[in-house]
Design a protein around this ligand. Structure first.
Ligand code: SF4
Ligand code: SF4
Length: 377
């Protein structure tokens, strides 16, 4: 990161500071009221800079970007989904700084949490889209039904289809972010036989889309992506599935605390056995960590306290395209079953598919060998 980029980011934040804020109080005051000190906030900013793969010199700028996050208008549309992504952000009994910053952003429209309904809701959306034309960030939660011209999902008093509303809202957005696996790749709605023809946002609009998949995605990945857009006014570098590399650049397996046991050929054979008590690797009881690109093993959940593999269940690959079909059965190893996703072919992820296929074969061989080598098995 050179000096010129740093200067540009500073100028961008100064320009955002001049815009009217929507928050009733400053971020510092809001955090203080929730029991977080200035030191906690700076520690969070340093951790966020590290997560975004930025140098430590960015720490104060991350704090400033969070302070001006209420200047950035966000329109949030809910399509075919369970609202789990929103719920995971807003229904926390002990909110993290990520949750609080999400609450602070300038949410112009959000189907689930706004008070308005019916005509009033439509009016709010229209007003937000007109007032912030070309400047708002569009966040989309949920898959987009496309069969029967999208009529499997209609919304509002004019029965507009989700597909129509999304196309209209995306046209005037400064950036489009798919929040969760459903809006990224279709999710459970797109599971076979996919009667509604559900698809990911990037498959139905002609605009760059950044995918933040997960079922649900972590608050850190959502807030990190939004902060990146605030800092740089651009989308972050992405992988072949349009996922930000800072969050989805490594496999779960790469930083898993059970990895030493995988390498040593020490596996849980069934839930509740001695291997489980000893914290052995969960591959044989279905962990899909070797096939899954996400940062759960590094960032964890619930204030960094734990994550599914630490709690004793394997990763189910929720941030991968078609995980619902491709990663099942969840409590059995994929072994050398080919990772078979039409999206993988469509996006020409030959690198990832090769790695996954080779990894699958190698892992199967490794697991089989361990069964012979370990006398207890
Ligand atoms: S297979 Fe799963 S439990 Fe085992 S090391 Fe990899 S991610 Fe961890
Ligand atoms: S550990 Fe795997 S299944 Fe669990 S949230 Fe992370 S990517 Fe999804």
């Amino acid at each position: 990161m050179n000096e010129a980029t740093l200067q540009k980011v500073k100028e961008r934040i100064e320009a955002l500071k001049k815009l009217p804020g929507m928050g009733e109080k400053s971020v510092s005051k809001m955090l203080e009221d929730s029991g977080f000190t200035r030191r906690d906030f700076l520690k969070w900013s340093a951790a966020m800079a590290a997560m975004l793969s930025l140098p430590t010199s960015f720490t104060p700028l991350i704090a400033e970007a969070a302070e001006v996050s209420d200047r950035l208008p966000v329109i949030w549309l809910n399509m075919a989904e369970c609202t789990g992504c929103s719920e995971s952000l807003i229904r926390s009994d002990a909110p993290t700084i990520d949750n609080l910053i999400f609450n602070y952003i300038n949410l112009q429209y959000h189907d689930t949490i706004m008070a308005a309904a019916g005509w009033q809701a439509e009016e709010n959306l229209k007003e937000g889209m007109e007032k912030f034309k070309g400047r708002y960030i569009l966040c989309v939660e949920g898959g987009i039904p496309t069969n029967m011209d999208g009529q499997y999902l209609t919304m509002g008093p004019h029965a507009e289809t989700g597909l129509e509303l999304l196309t209209r809202a995306a046209n005037d957005a400064a950036a489009v972010i798919s929040v969760g696996t459903c809006s990224s790749f279709g999710g459970i709605q797109a599971a076979a036989p996919n009667p509604t023809g559900a698809k990911g946002v990037y498959q139905v609009i002609n605009k760059p889309v950044i995918n933040v998949p997960g079922c649900p995605p972590s608050a850190k990945n959502i807030v990190g992506t939004i902060l990146y857009v605030i800092l740089f006014g651009a989308l972050p570098a992405v992988d072949n599935f349009n996922r930000p590399k800072f969050a989805y650049g490594l496999r779960i397996h790469d930083l898993c605390e059970r990895r030493g046991h995988f390498d040593a050929g020490e596996f849980v054979e069934q839930f509740g056995d001695a291997g489980a008590e000893n914290g052995f690797c969960l591959y044989k009881v279905g962990c899909k960590g070797p096939y899954t690109f996400n940062n759960c093993s590094r960032e964890r959940f619930n204030q960094h306290t734990s994550w599914p593999v630490q709690a004793g269940h394997g990763c189910i690959g929720c941030s991968e395209p078609d995980f619902w079909d491709s990663m099942a059965p969840y409590e059995e190893p994929l072994a050398n079953k080919k990772y078979d996703s039409p999206l993988a072919d469509a996006t020409a992820d030959s690198y990832g598919v090769t790695i996954l296929t080779v990894a699958g074969v190698a892992i199967a061989a490794h697991a089989a060998l361990s069964a012979i080598k370990n006398p207890k098995e």
